[in-house]
Write a protein that binds this ligand. Structure first.
Ligand code: SAH
Ligand code: SF4
Ligand code: F3S
Length: 481
């Protein structure tokens, strides 16, 4: 394979980045790609032609972490093949496994040249130089400086290649210490990015043609800003400012902790048309005893009250959630309380997990671990209920009009794919509009996890949802339970 030459005359290197885990890792991978571009690297989808391979890893469950070691086994073979051709392949592990198991990775996987935790990505170019000089680099400090301040901005071209929707990290880390979770250890303490930096990045995205921004944070609704007069402002105020940016038609945020849903944020759902009526609000369990053991610091009834407040503010809102089954001590009655909560709340979608004991977390040391077959059986029962709700939610759109942001061409020439406000992919006629347009379409049919449109009209100047539709959706949200 011949190496391409960049304008400066130096050989262009290629980087392959594989991303595991949550949306924040997706965003971080993009920022690392941006930083490496300045170092002469171009991203490739073909691992065998990469001069640098980065695995951006997730430590949330045991399976997620174990995947990395098997992937490193495959990479070892590729690296040896390249070495036999006299070509280099540097291998880096980044993300949450890097943070949690830095030294162990170096000891267990000789193929790895560098390990970099999530708070030190701005040191990546320097780490690569050191690794090239023969050092096996481990960078897992919680850096005092703000990595985002030191990472280059994406160019307009880079933003455009990523499409009309974008992620934007506004908050990182977690102080909640749920007893099952590694995130407070892998991502560190809660830190909010400065308001000005967030607004500047959002403006750059909008100017490049991005229409929808999803604000990211482990506890995104813990974002805060203190103004010059010493007043504190929360995520609701940030959303209000973002909604003013020309071109940004849709705003979302994830993931929220129920304890941090302040009035200002709930009111933003009432007031901002750009704020999509779809909220990921994990509760994990419906049993007060388990919520307490998980250190979630609220009861099931608090969650119900919160959902009620949010639905009053935005009647057409739909919810998604996260649930863990088989947390230590979970009895059949505790599990049934989770089923009861799901029935009462009614979800448009939900992620369900078997509890996975994570080294170093309090949950792992608790008594009453639930046998694997019981976890499997509970997971299946919960998933069946959620599937029922999800199917009913999707079917409820048939015969109705919905707004779609067109994201990409479809599989057939006469089709495009867009997203509904509820993140459901919608297949629409190509004549409906171009990528980046928002159109109103009539839904004719559902497919597994997508909707099929029958007709479309442009709706960039959208009127508010009709009262009838708001009512219908709100009723639906309750009756699907
Ligand atoms: N910050 C988010 C969640 C981050 S992790 C929040 O507070 O909701 C994403 C999801 O993974 C969690 O909501 C939880 O449902 C699941 N999860 C985290 N640790 C887990 C573990 N040890 N075993 C099983 N699922 C886990
Ligand atoms: Fe983990 Fe809990 Fe923090 Fe979410 S709030 S990241 S589940 S510790
Ligand atoms: Fe995984 Fe880290 Fe995200 S553990 S879920 S990649 S914050």
């Amino acid at each position: 394979m011949s190496e391409t030459l960049v304008e400066s005359g130096t050989a262009e290197r290629k980087v392959f980045i594989k991303t595991y885990g949550c949306q924040m890792n997706v965003y971080d991978s993009q920022r690392m790609g941006d930083a490496l571009r300045g170092e002469g690297y171009r991203e490739t989808d073909a691992i065998e032609e990469a001069d640098l391979v980065l695995l951006n890893t997730c430590h949330i469950r045991e399976k997620a972490a174990e995947k990395i070691y098997s992937e490193l086994g495959r990479i070892r073979v590729l690296k040896a093949e390249r070495a036999s051709q006299g070509r280099e392949m540097q291998v880096g592990v980044t993300g949450c496994v890097a943070q949690a198991e830095g030294a162990e990775i170096i000891a267990r996987a000789p193929v790895v040249d560098l390990v970099i935790g999530p708070q030190t990505y701005h040191r990546l170019p320097d780490a690569l130089r050191r690794a090239r000089a023969g050092e096996r680099v481990v960078e897992t400090d919680y850096a005092v400086e703000d990595k985002f301040e030191h990472l280059p901005d994406a160019s307009e071209r880079q933003i455009r290649t990523r499409g009309v929707t974008a992620f934007l990290t506004v908050q990182e880390g977690c102080d909640k210490f749920c007893t099952f979770c590694v995130v407070p250890y892998t991502r560190g303490a809660e830190v909010s990015r400065p308001r000005e930096a967030v607004l500047a990045e959002a403006r750059r995205l909008a100017e490049a043609g991005v229409r929808e921004v999803t604000l990211l944070g482990q506890n995104v609704n813990a974002w805060e800003h203190t103004d010059a007069a010493g007043r504190r402002h929360g995520l609701g105020s940030l959303l209000r400012e973002l909604a003013e940016i020309p071109g940004l038609a849709r705003l979302r945020y994830t993931t929220s902790h129920p304890r941090d849903m302040g009035d200002d944020l709930v009111e933003a759902h009432r007031d901002l048309r750009a704020l999509m009526p779809y909220l990921h609000l994990p509760v994990q369990s419906g049993s007060d005893a388990i919520l307490k053991a998980m250190n979630r610091r609220h009861k099931a009834a608090d969650y119900h009250r919160l959902v009620e407040r949010i639905r009053q503010a935005r009647p057409d809102i739909a919810l998604s959630g996260d649930f863990i089954v088989g947390f230590p001590g979970e009895s059949e009655a505790d599990f049934e309380a989770t089923l009861a909560l799901v029935r009462e709340v009614g979800y448009a979608a939900a992620y369900t997990f078997k509890y996975s004991p994570r080294p170093g977390t309090p949950g792992a040391a608790m008594d009453g671990h639930v046998p694997e077959p019981v976890k499997t059986e509970r997971l299946e029962r919960l998933q069946a209920l959620i599937r029922e709700q999800q199917t009913a939610f999707q079917a409820s759109f048939v015969g109705r009009d919905t707004e779609v942001l067109i994201e990409k061409p479809g599989r057939h020439a006469n089709q495009r794919i867009g997203r509904s406000p509820y993140l459901l992919p919608v297949v629409i006629p190509a004549s409906a509009g171009e990528v980046g347009d928002i159109v109103t379409v009539r839904i004719g049919d559902t497919r597994p996890n997508s909707l099929m449109a029958v007709g479309a009209e442009p709706s960039d100047n959208l009127p508010p949802l009709s009262r009838a539709m708001r009512f219908e959706t709100a009723t639906l949200a309750r009756t699907i339970a």
